[in-house]
Write a protein that binds this ligand. Structure first.
Ligand SMILES: [Zn+2]
Length: 248
């Protein structure tokens, strides 16, 4: 490219996407004179799902803006919490985020997940069809035009991934209301109705039951409960109050 030269400053949160030599203040970028600013930002490696306001010489512009010579561009990160208008907030996770999917479900957050790799085009189409925010660590997937909404997951550790998503989207938390195996909603189940699904020892020892309305899986306070309880408590302590404050 040998068109107009512009200067780009990238928000600190977004610098990880950009090549080291462009991470400084006011990196020099030569454009082709016809590409949009959205395209230029993407070509630096930044997924547009992560970009908030774009300022040119201090004035906000849309991604369709075509940069001219000498312009000074600021690329900001998405606001947190990030509003997602147009549908109830729900998610679709790519095949690498199974643990995050189960933890979101544990908190009652609608989190669809296919354990098999259905491929990028199918995932993107599902995001569009069901209006789900696609969560991924794959920048190529997040660049697909057909996705309804998307978000890059910044950490590879499930604890940090959960905090990232809860802090970014502030979903309503409703712990113990969703099946961690299939994302179905749970209903109370009385012991007699589910007794034939349970082993004898389970029947004798435990008496708190819920059942998935989608896959019939039965839940009780079992051996892993303390670990799950800790995940729920931590999430509610940090994000439950903020959520209550956001919704009058
Ligand atoms: Zn289920």
């Amino acid at each position: 490219m040998n068109g107009p030269e512009i200067h780009i400053s990238v928000a600190p949160e977004l610098k990880l996407f950009v090549a080291a030599e462009r991470r400084g203040e006011r990196a020099r970028v030569v454009t082709d004179g016809v590409s949009t600013l959205g395209h230029v930002v993407e070509s630096l490696g930044i997924p547009l799902t992560e970009v908030g306001r774009l300022l040119v010489d201090g004035r906000e512009v849309p991604v369709a803006h075509v940069p001219g010579a000498g312009e000074s561009v600021e690329v900001h990160a998405v606001p947190r919490p990030q509003p997602v208008p147009g549908a109830p907030l729900r998610f679709l996770l790519d095949v690498h985020l199974g643990t995050l999917a189960r933890r979101l479900r544990l908190l009652g957050v609608d989190a669809a997940y296919e354990a098999e790799d259905i491929g990028d085009p199918a995932l993107a189409a599902l995001s569009a069809a069901e209006r789900r925010v696609l969560l991924s660590r794959d920048r190529g997937l997040l660049r697909r035009r057909e996705i309804w909404a998307g978000a890059y997951v910044y950490s590879d550790r499930p604890e940090e991934q959960l905090r990232d998503v809860l802090g970014r989207f502030a979903p309503r938390l409703a712990p113990w209301t969703r099946c961690t195996a299939c994302n179905g909603e749970l209903r109370d189940a009385d012991k007699e109705a589910v007794s034939e699904l349970l082993e004898h020892g389970t029947q004798r020892t435990y008496d708190v039951f819920a059942q998935c309305t989608a896959c019939d899986r039965v839940y009780w306070r079992g051996a892993h409960h303390e670990r799950l309880e800790a995940i729920v408590e931590n999430a509610v302590r940090e994000f439950g109050a903020a959520e209550a404050g956001l919704r009058p």
